[in-house]
Design a protein around this ligand. Structure first.
Ligand code: SAM
Length: 323
């Protein structure tokens, strides 16, 4: 089992398979994706070795992310390979869903268990303004298809921004009355590239938490491979609400996640100074040296991120690392 110096256990791997993103979200890649390095992303064989090594080290859940993971043609094969890996019980995917109706069946056939789709506004014009793409109706259609299949859970990621959606929580809650998804409000995080935007737009999700509790929402119980959200349910709503509050006290105490970037680097935290390269250990089928290297690297994991001190490490934007 992967454990750090603070007794935290790591059941959950976030695996980025590409840096490339086709959206231009205002808080992440407002000028679109710019490549400042070789596009030497993990090959299918390397991805299988990463999954195998983490599976043998006790990982139970892999989230495939990016960049935009669906830009890779071999995504269905990657989902299937992760799913077939020993010890991996759950394969999840985070996507912007820009072609969701076209892709969803092949992802489900490959064994996808959990789908997260980013929707930063339920107003199509506002969605277009935030992402640079007029895709909300298509994405919502894909979500209906995913729900109708009954094969996957669906979560929605919504980054809270004061002027773009922070005032409009009611619309989301209305939607959740009849839509059985978990909607996660994520507090905007400061990155190397978005400081000015962050200063203007950051809103604390604790305000939403107070409102939910007053309106009769109840906290759900976490399990050991749960993500970072505090989740709430309400008997009158089919959907649930999650709050991801990286600036809240003790956020890092429940950290159970590690990340491997598309360039094959282990990131012990979203906001570390640099990733630790695993590339040379990914070239052979024997994963023992890779496992030993991962275990050795764990001793560097710090107790918390340093976002409170405005230290964002080497993370220029979250597309680099898969959010
Ligand atoms: N392209 C995929 C998508 O759109 O979901 C996966 C990658 S994206 C980086 C993963 C998640 O990180 C998205 O939900 C996105 O909204 C979130 N994200 C990106 N930058 C962020 C920031 N600065 N603060 C909070 N969340 C952020």
């Amino acid at each position: 089992m992967l454990t750090d110096n603070f007794g935290r256990k790591f059941y959950y791997l976030r695996l980025s398979i590409t840096d490339v993103c086709n959206f231009r979200c205002n808080y992440c890649l407002p000028d679109g994706y710019q490549c400042d390095h070789d596009r030497d992303f993990l090959s299918f064989a390397e991805i299988k070795r990463v999954a195998k090594a983490f599976g043998q080290l006790g990982t139970e859940k892999i989230r495939i992310t990016g960049g935009e993971p669906s830009l890779r043609k071999d995504l269905p094969d990657i989902i299937a390979a992760c799913k077939q890996t020993e010890n991996i019980k759950k394969v999840a995917l985070t996507s912007n869903g820009y072609k969701l109706p076209e892709h969803i069946n092949s992802w489900l056939d490959s064994g996808l268990d959990a789908l997260n789709i980013s929707i930063d506004s339920l107003d199509p014009r506002q969605f277009h303004a935030i992402t640079g793409h007029d895709k909300l109706p298509i994405i919502l259609k894909g979500i209906d298809m995913a729900l109708a299949s009954g094969k996957t859970s669906v979560k929605i990621n919504t980054v809270l921004m004061r002027e773009f959606n922070g005032y409009d929580i009611k619309t989301y809650l209305e939607w959740l009355k009849d839509t059985p998804v978990t909607l996660r409000f994520i507090e905007l995080m400061q990155t190397g590239d978005n400081q000015e935007f962050f200063n203007k737009q950051h809103v604390q999700a604790s305000r939403i938490k107070q409102k939910l509790i007053l309106d009769g929402w109840l906290p759900s119980i976490r399990d050991k491979s749960s993500g970072p959200a505090q989740e709430f349910y309400h008997p009158d709503y089919q959907g649930k609400v999650g709050l991801i509050m990286p600036y809240s006290k003790d956020f890092c105490n429940t950290c159970n996640r590690l990340r491997v970037s598309a360039l094959g680097k282990l990131h012990l935290c979203l906001f570390t100074e640099a990733g630790l390269s695993l590339k040379e250990y990914l070239q052979q089928d024997d994963v023992e040296p890779l496992k030993q290297q991962i275990v050795a690297m764990m001793s560097d994991k710090k107790a918390t991120h340093f976002l409170h001190d405005n230290l964002t490490g080497a993370t220029k934007n979250l597309a680099m690392l898969g959010g």
